[in-house]
Structures are given as structure tokens and as C-alpha cells.
Ligand binder design. Sequence first.
Ligand code: ATP
Ligand code: MG
Length: 403
Amino acid sequence: MTESPSAGTDISANPVMVRYGELFLKSEPVRHHFIGMLLRNIRHALTANGLSACFETPRGRILIFGEEPARIADIVARVFGVIDVSICVITGKEVEALSAAAADLASAHLSPGKSFAVRAKRQQKIGLTSQVLGEQVGSAVYDRIPGLRVDLKTPDYEIFVEVRDFGGLVYDSRIPAPGGLPLGTQGHVLVLLSSGIDSPVASWLAMKRGCEVTHLHLDAGRWAGTDVLAAATENHRKLSCWCPGEDVRMIVVQNEALFDEMQRLRIQPRYRCVICKRFMHRVAAGIMQADGQQALVTGENLGQVASQTLANLSVISEAVTVPVLRPLITYDKEETITLARRIGTFDTHPGDLACRAVPKMPSTAASLVEIQECEQKLDMDTLIKNACGNPLVITARDGRIRE
Ligand code: ATP
Ligand code: MG
């Protein structure tokens, strides 16, 4: 990785500066690997959107040089591992150069009577202190636009100046990105994806922590609302926007026969939800064994619905030995909805998503022994084998379903 913009890089351009977070905590080789993955993901994201760019990696930052900095910033602000992005002006390291660029930038945004603050930073602690640098740049801005007020606490406008090995950087905004870890650094998970609000958020949170995802949807046929499969596919499509340039698969398996059998054999309706979830977990575990995912992710939450009491969750977990991750376990519904809106999966008119099998009074504390007796009557092993026999795979990429 280079320390400075290389010869041939157009340093008069406005690079997009990328800040990444937690990677600082890692040892040198791990950090190197993670930054490599982050660069790869950013490159994929830009290429998938038809943008070409070149990169410099001065310590602790990534600088992206390309023709459309605003579009680059917008796209990179959706890449996991990135904390925030700024469109910068590159200058010399001298205070005069930084001041001139800061004053130019400020004059496009400030008018007399407004307040401003300069935030200064130096990579190497030599020469002027950050405070003196900030004051000198501030004076230059003040001289250029008379009638401004300095307000370091709650300014109308902030200007950031940084002195780095290769030169100076001046910018006035930090566009927030999701943070987390670069996608693909934490292995591969299988996500039980429904037509609802929760599991898409759980999938996104797994991606945010660096996991590649494959989705699994169970299609209950006539027991599911008429829009369920379409809404689950829509969730899958939208989530693929967060893995730019990558194929994301959704495996669809039928579980209509399970509900038919529960009805035919008069299994107590109050056990249906727990039996259904155990079935889903077991199908998922079978797929993971063949497909290689290392953990199962669900959108389950403590106490949200009757099947999600601690007692029921432990009976559900007992069905499998694979690790089950429940990123939303402690979230309030409002917190999940806020995140769903932010990531773009919240739909105000999702259609008919009602599950026709949900009983009036689902059991909140199903006993494992009773559930296992029901499952024996149902011959779960055969039902699971049949369900997994002929899965449909729907692939999405960059927000489009691929034929
Ligand atoms: P969500 O919880 O995703 O909003 P939901 O409320 O319809 O969907 P729950 O009964 O809360 O479903 O199910 C708990 C979890 O089980 C879901 O978060 C999801 O991970 C999984 N799940 C539910 N239905 C399906 C399905 N048809 N296919 C795959 N996974 C499912
Ligand atoms: Mg739910």
C-alpha cells in the first residue's frame, strides 16, 4: 500500500476520504487482510455502479480518486467497515495552502452572521500545534468572509483541515457510513429470511459484522398469506444492495406439507409455532452442512410473539447443534423498525402476509417432551428430507433479481 498519492495521480482532484474504524484494534497482519478486503469491497461497489477510480492508502485512511466524487461518496457510505466519508480538497502542507483552500470552501457555504469552527489535526506532531493551526486557518476564513462568528461548540458550519505525510486535506462534511467489519471477513452465515420486518434487519446486522449471507425462505404454500413469497423475495432483493457487485442467493424450500400433516394428525394447534420453528432450524442445519455456512441467523426477539419466550426459544434451539445467532434478541420493535427504514427494507404496504396456521392461543412454554412426541407422530425426518429435495434458488445482485 502506498503512503502518498503516486506519481500520475491527479492530486488536484477531489478525492473521497474513507475512515474505517475498528480495524485499528487488529494486529498488523489481520489489519492488512481486513483493509485488503475493504478495498476489494469498495472496488466492487464502484465497478458495479459503473465507476472507475484509483486508490491511495495513507496510514489509517483510504483516498479514492475518481471522476464523480459525490457519487463515489454516496456509494462508499454504504460499504460495511467504513465509518464515514468526506469529499476533500488536497493541498500542500503549509498553513497558507490549507488556509486558502479552507477559505475557498467556506465562502461557498457561509455568509455574514453565521458561526463556524475549524477542526485541525496533524498526522505527525511537529511544527504548529493543531490548536495554532486551527486558529490560523480560522483567521484566514474570518478575513475572507467578514461578519462571521467563531463558535467551537455548536457552529453552523465546520471545516476540517488535516496535515498528513503527503500533504494537506480540507473538507467540510463527514457522511456517516454503517461501520462494522468488511463483508466477508467473518465467514458465511445462513439467514432464515421471512416476509417480515425483523429477519431482513438481522441479515443486515450479520453483514455489518462482516458475514457473507445466504438467505433461506420456507414457503408454506396455501398456509401462507398470498404475498408472503413475493415479500420475502423483495427483502432478499433489497438486501443485495448492501453487497455491491456480489451474487446473493435465497434458497426457497416448501413446508406446506408440515402444516398439512399437523392438521391431518390433529397436532394441538398451540404447538404449531414451536414445531414450525424447529422444522425451519433443522432444514437450515441440513442446508448448512451441504453448503458450508458456519452459523444460522434468525430475526427472533425475546418476548415479541408467543413463540419467542425464553422457554420456547430454548426448545427451538434444542432442535439443532449449529450455532444460532439472534442479532435482534434484545431490540424493541421500534428500534428494529427504525433500522429497517434506514436500510431500506421497511414496507408500509406489504400485502397479505398472515400465516394461516397461527393458533388463537400459541403455547408460551412448550415442553420439549411433548413437542418431541408430536414430532414423532409427524415423522419429521421424512418431512424434512422431502422439503429439502428440490430447492429453488433465487439469486439477486445489486438490487436486481437475476434470471
Ligand atoms: P420477522 O420476524 O422476520 O419479522 P415474522 O414476524 O413473520 O418475521 P416470526 O414468527 O417472528 O416471523 O419468526 C421468527 C423468525 O423465524 C424470523 O425472524 C425469521 O428469521 C424466521 N422465519 C419466520 N418465518 C420464516 C419463513 N417463512 N422462512 C424463513 N424464515 C422464517
Ligand atoms: Mg418476528
